[in-house]
Design a protein around this ligand. Structure first.
Ligand SMILES: Cc1cc2nc3c(=O)[nH]c(=O)nc-3n(C[C@H](O)[C@H](O)[C@H](O)COP(=O)(O)OP(=O)(O)OC[C@H]3O[C@@H](n4cnc5c(N)ncnc54)[C@H](O)[C@@H]3O)c2cc1C
Length: 374
């Protein structure tokens, strides 16, 4: 079957990577993004090095971005007991503001038809015509394939009546950019009651401070600042970072209702990529790598399907299989770690003790939440 044109819904890492690779292979691609670049997102902005060979090979990474290289991991419990581990594969730090904008410019340059500031409100597959209709409030499009790369939570999830969206999710994410004296090669993960906070450097001498917190914890206070002072500051590392830093945003970036429920990699014939297919717990530091990797896998399989005249059924089955074998185990491990080793005085003490007494085991756990270089 010939898939003549593809629409990608959502221009985060998964959508941008998939669309660039499709046009490079001669497949017409339109990407629809509801915001306009550049913009900030809630994200820890630490990218696992497993992505580097791919990004460099495909000129999707520019050395001029010069992100700090990160190879040390510091973990602290709610009460501030801490330990450090070296990271076997490590990663680098770069803001989404910069990275996504870099990829957006690349996408334009390579010939992706990027439509910004339009939110897709529905995607229908028309069986008779074997085609999709994609609607925004202003325009209607036809496509032979649709990639859903609309992130962790989107109005598309409502339209598609996905199971996870019916349930309330207990997590809220908060992000700041700050200036502080944080070593370039270190990523810190500091626990507090009801959540955990990551801290690592990004480009231009800035530092990302990003945390995940249970909504019930936030609701106990008048505002975020109150909660930070009462709850996060119980951890001496966080208190010291907050006190010594210059905060670069007027207000933090926040996101509500973050869900780690299982999702479908293919739904209503839409191939889901990145967080739209499944979101890994942020403490694993692997969501961006997974988004990039799904962008690669979905575009590889579409190109293969076109070259070998494969059917839609073949493509959907092949993608669901590849997605499950590559990512499902990682997501399960991430959920277990987040539920049992983080976010309370007791569990975070267990996590730190585990890392102190068996760095081998701690490294095995980290390994299970990451993939191999691709
Ligand atoms: C608190 C927190 C910390 C994190 N820290 C890290 C970290 O340090 N390292 C890491 O690797 N990962 C981290 N992650 C995970 C990481 O941010 C995600 O896994 C990654 O951004 C997923 O990329 P994506 O392309 O799937 O989605 P996104 O980057 O979310 O992109 C989706 C895009 O779709 C657009 N969109 C949505 N709906 C529509 C629509 N209907 N029409 C048009 N456009 C639409 C959105 O505007 C958005 O631009 C963290 C996540 C959280 C919540």
């Amino acid at each position: 079957m010939s898939f003549k044109n593809v629409i990608v819904v959502g221009g985060g890492l998964a959508g941008l990577i998939a669309s660039i690779r499709l046009v490079r292979s001669g497949i017409a691609c339109t990407l629809i993004e509801k915001k306009n670049y550049p913009f900030h997102r809630v994200c820890g902005e630490y990218i696992s090095n497993e992505t580097l060979p791919f990004l460099k090979r495909e000129s999707l990474f520019s050395e001029t971005l010069s992100p700090p290289a990160i190879n040390q991991f510091q973990l602290s419990s709610v009460n501030g007991k801490s330990t450090k581990l070296s990271l076997d594969s490590g990663g680098f730090g770069i803001s989404r503001f910069t990275l996504d904008n870099f990829l957006y410019q690349k996408a334009l340059h390579e010939g992706v038809n990027v439509i910004v500031e339009q939110e897709v409100e529905s995607v229908f597959f028309l069986d008779d015509e074997d085609m999709f209709t994609v609607k925004t409030p202003r325009q209607e499009f036809s496509a032979s394939l649709v990639i859903g790369a609309f992130g962790k939570r989107s109005r598309m999830d409502n339209t598609l009546k996905r199971g996870f969206i019916q349930k309330r999710s207990p997590y809220v994410g908060v992000k700041y950019h700050i200036r502080t004296n944080h070593p370039d090669n270190l990523i810190g993960l500091h626990n507090f009651n009801g959540g955990y906070c990551g801290i690592s450097n990004i480009e231009d001498g800035k530092t990302n401070l990003c945390y995940l917190v249970q909504r019930k914890q936030v609701k106990r206070f008048k505002g975020i600042r109150d909660m930070e002072e009462t709850v996060l500051f119980q951890n001496p590392f966080l208190k010291s970072i907050f006190h010594s830093a210059d905060f670069l945003f007027d207000n933090p970036e926040t996101i509500n209702e973050i869900s780690f429920e299982t999702k479908e990699p293919v739904l209503n014939h839409i191939l889901m990529a990145g967080d739209a297919a499944g979101m890994i717990a942020p403490l694993c530091g692997n969501g961006m790598a997974m988004a990039i990797h799904t962008g690669k896998i979905v575009s590889d399989l579409i190109v293969q399907a076109v070259a070998e005249s494969r059917s839609r059924a073949w493509l959907e089955a092949a993608y669901a299989d590849r997605w499950t074998s590559t990512f499902a185990g990682r997501l399960r491990t991430g959920r277990l770690i987040q539920n049992y080793l983080f976010g309370s005085a007791w569990s975070s003490r267990v996590a730190v003790n585990l890392a102190v007494h068996s760095s081998w085991l701690a490294k095995q756990i980290i390994k299970k939440t990451h993939g191999l270089p691709f």
